[in-house]
Unconditional design. Structure first.
Length: 52
């Protein structure tokens, strides 16, 4: 069974290496755009590895 998450990203944070979290970007819209680009790049790399 395949399940697809269809939600909305409301906040994007990354670890700062000190057990704290910081925003990907101070502007939430820019952070969301960066997150989408990073997620798409991850997807491309995964598909390349699967199809190798």
């Amino acid at each position: 069974m395949n399940r697809i998450y269809q939600g909305r990203v409301s906040n994007v944070e990354i670890p700062d290496g000190k057990d704290n979290w910081k925003p990907l970007d101070p502007d939430p819209k820019i952070a969301r755009d960066k997150w989408q680009a990073l997620l798409w790049r991850h997807h491309e790399l995964f598909q390349d590895a699967v199809n190798f």
